[in-house]
Ligand binder design. Structure first.
Ligand code: ATP
Length: 321
């Protein structure tokens, strides 16, 4: 019989993490468990920084971005001796199982802790949508909407000045934020790891656009493709005659009120995670596939091929040219 569980957020923060924390705490209490909030991700486990949560600990947080438990990256958690400290602290407090909300790195930590006797369930909390075992990660939809709002504003000024705007969005090495926002914006070009566009082609297309008297262009680019997006914009401007400005949206993409979609996704996944722990499961991660909440073994999940959204890549050529 399970008595005490913990919940933590780890890796990059994402809007909707608070809704997931709330769901874990409320579902845990509802099923008679004691629930502990662990501060600063895995660091809180190692430094024994945990607090007992009650119903009101998670009141009025559904609309707050970030994470009330804060998050951290702790490289040393890859070392077994450091994880052993975490296990010792948990055992001393009688905490038997954990919900870990984070990205694929956090999943690895969760799997390894499970192998050391603490059942862990991972929830996909990341804006990047780079986890193959779920159609959507918690935070992706909010971030997408933030990008759309910002790009709409950049579009106004780009149109007024007849410029070319090259907008770099987050996603780490996953192009979903660029692809989805590019489709939503009807961007003239979308450049992602799954849809690379050689520089000569960018130049050729922009020259053709200018010749066709379409006096503005919006190009959405996934981060980490160009080492320096400003230098890229400079080269494009010189080669095409378009006045070209690079914009890096930056951390504004991480914050803000979570969207309805992310809140509901987080609530469903958080409650499901508690069900899994009550069933004695561990070393698994939760996903939403075809609108159903499901779970996978973490190692298997991390091996799954990522959906490259072939139908959306096709849309780039049909709608955005
Ligand atoms: P994001 O997708 O937002 O970057 P993430 O969870 O992938 O989130 P990481 O920095 O990769 O972020 O991992 C978060 C933490 O998980 C690390 O700081 C570390 O504490 C732990 N972690 C990562 N990889 C491992 C591993 N192989 N073994 C044990 N712990 C790990």
């Amino acid at each position: 019989m399970l008595h005490k569980i913990g919940v933590l957020t780890s890796g990059g923060d994402a809007p909707g993490m608070n809704c997931a924390i709330r769901a874990v705490v409320r579902a845990g209490l509802r099923f008679g468990l004691e629930v502990y909030g662990i501060n600063d991700g895995y660091r809180g486990l190692v430094e024994d920084d945990m607090v007992k949560m009650d119903r009101s600990s998670v009141s009025r947080i559904v609309n707050r971005g970030g994470t009330i438990l804060r998050t951290a990256r702790l490289r040393e958690f890859k070392e077994e001796s450091v994880r052993q400290k975490a296990v010792d602290n948990l055992r001393r407090r009688g905490i038997e199982a954990l919900v870990v909300i984070g990205g694929d790195g956090s999943y690895m930590g969760a799997k390894k802790l499970t192998e050391m006797g603490i059942n862990c369930v991972g929830l996909p909390g990341t804006i990047d949508n780079d986890i193959a075992s779920t159609d959507y990660t918690i935070g992706f939809d909010t971030c997408l909407n933030t990008i759309i709002e910002s790009v709409d504003k950049i579009r106004d000024t780009t149109e007024s000045h007849e410029r070319c705007a090259i907008i770099e969005v987050m996603g780490n090495h996953c192009g979903d934020l660029a692809l989805f926002s590019g489709i939503a914006e009807g961007a003239e070009m979308i450049i992602t790891p799954d849809h690379p566009v050689p520089e000569e082609e960018v130049i050729r297309e922009l020259i053709a656009l200018k010749a066709s008297k379409r006096a503005m262009a919006m190009i959405i680019v996934c981060e980490k493709i160009y080492p320096n997006i400003h230098e890229f914009a400079e080269r494009i401007g010189q080669a095409t005659g378009f006045e070209t400005k690079a914009e890096v949206l930056g951390r504004v993409q991480r914050g803000g009120t979570p969207s309805g979609f992310d809140r509901v996704l987080a609530a469903r996944m958080g409650a499901y995670a508690v069900d899994c722990l009550l069933e004695g499961k561990g070393g698994i991660c939760v996903g939403m596939v075809n609108n159903k909440i499901v779970d996978y073994d973490i190692y298997e999940a991390l091996q799954l091929p990522r959906d490259k959204h072939a139908s959306m890549l096709r849309l780039i050529n049909i709608l955005n040219k």
